[in-house]
Design a protein around this ligand. Structure first.
Ligand code: PLP
Ligand code: TYF
Length: 396
């Protein structure tokens, strides 16, 4: 049977990470995979996470199975982190299941959508994160795109997006990145989000909000603002939450799926369906990460430490954006680079061709994703200027 299978090339992003690791040049620079890095290029374990994990290991008496929906303190804490201080109705309408990372949540959502029988198509932004396509296709959904951003003008394509959304068939599924859009760094402003929600409500479209960078854009509350607005006015939605970036728990595979139904009586149905989808593949989600997160949510001092660390990460990213924009402007007084400062989160698209990206990698050991996405957190005080000098001549 296995001889019928063909080798598959590595993931476009993770493959470059491997290529970078194999490069022996002392000058190599990694702006590929979206992990937060400090000024030394390290991705340290967050202090609040290390302390919570230490306590967990000291006190944990068993590794026996937990209930299928996951750790109660984690589920409750995530609901509050995402929805904020909501009124009891929204809370009682919202099912929460712990998932293996944000990817696990996206896949469970896609499988659940299939089960509703409402449709077989999902709408993704153009461009979007490559994994969205794989995850949605694996669930049996057909892919469609809506216009989102033009890498050549560095602008959101608002009119084209709204026009396209207003023609999506009712009950379709749409993936919306709530903030710090991957790969563009460009998010709709509040007024544009309102227009998007108007269309979604009017046309009875089912939104799947992807929330992978909460806290790293404008702030924990601001980054979930569109989700909170949607919770106030829409009957149904999914939210796929990742703790990979804002808790630095990447490899622990920590996330959650929120499923908001029309009224509280649906919640049990949604929870049992989600648990059943999970049982059909990985049975239940790993609990180490969620127990660490619950330990942070439940201790006011650790919670504050974590908030401070998230704020520090966000501040560093924003500082790097400003410095990088300035360094580029020093090279090219003919261009306006303010878009790099006003974009949010870890990523921006430089707008280079694949050939240019390949040449930078081969000749200068500067690694970025082939669509010219850079990880802003991968910039360092000492590398900003050489990077600006390498890429500025190619930009427009
Ligand atoms: N969605 C987006 C847009 C992402 O960039 C990521 C990032 O890694 C995820 C979801 C989920 O990641 P994970 O499954 O590692 O939590
Ligand atoms: O976009 C990124 O770099 C992150 C990490 O298959 C990532 O979201 C990249 C590729 C992948 C899984 C995670």
């Amino acid at each position: 049977a296995f001889d019928k299978l063909k080798e598959i090339p590595p993931d476009a992003i993770l493959g470059l990470m491997t290529a970078y690791q194999a490069d022996h040049s002392p000058d190599k620079i990694d702006l590929t995979v979206g992990v937060y890095k400090d000024n030394q290029g390290n991705t340290p374990v967050m202090r609040a996470v290390a302390e919570s994990e230490r306590r967990l290991i000291e006190t944990q008496a068993s590794k026996a199975y937990l209930p299928p929906l996951g750790v109660a303190g984690f589920r409750e804490g995530i609901r509050r982190m995402v929805l904020g201080p909501v009124d009891g109705t929204v809370e009682s309408r919202t099912a929460v299941i712990q998932t293996p990372g944000g990817c696990g949540a996206l896949r469970v959502a896609a499988d659940m959508y299939r089960r509703t029988g409402s449709g077989d198509t999902v709408y993704l932004s153009n461009p979007t994160w490559g994994n969205h396509r794989g995850l949605m296709t694996a669930a049996g959904l057909a892919l469609e795109e809506y216009p989102y951003y033009s890498p050549s003008t560095h602008q959101l394509e608002v009119d084209q997006m709204l026009d396209s959304l207003s023609r999506i068939p009712p009950q379709s599924l749409i993936v919306l990145q709530a903030s710090s859009h991957n790969p563009t760094g460009e998010d709709p402003d509040a007024a544009t989000w309102e227009q998007v929600l108007d269309i979604i409500e009017e046309r009875d479209i089912l939104p799947l909000f992807d929330l992978a960078y909460q806290g790293l854009g404008d702030g924990l509350d601001q980054d979930a603002a569109v989700i909170r607005a949607a919770a106030e006015r829409l009957p149904e939605m999914f939210v796929a939450v990742s703790c990979s970036k804002n808790f630095g728990l990447y490899r622990e595979r920590t996330g959650a799926l929120l499923i908001m139904g029309k009224d509280p009586s649906h919640r049990k149905v949604l929870e049992t369906q989600a648990a059943n989808v999970a049982r059909g593949s990985y049975s239940m989600s790993p609990a180490h990460g969620p127990l660490i997160v619950a330990g942070i949510f439940e201790d006011p001092k650790l919670h504050q430490l974590w908030l401070d660390e998230v704020n520090e990460m966000r501040g560093r990213i924003q500082g790097l954006r400003n410095k990088f924009a300035q360094a580029l402007a020093n090279e090219r007084s003919d261009l306006d680079f303010s878009w790099i400062s006003h974009q949010r989160g870890m990523f921006s698209l430089l707008g280079l061709t694949q050939n240019e990206v390949d040449t930078l990698r081969e000749d200068q050991h500067l690694y970025m994703v082939r669509d010219s996405r850079i990880n802003i957190a991968g910039l360092q005080g000492a590398t900003i200027e050489p990077i600006a000098k390498a890429v500025a001549p190619l930009m427009s």
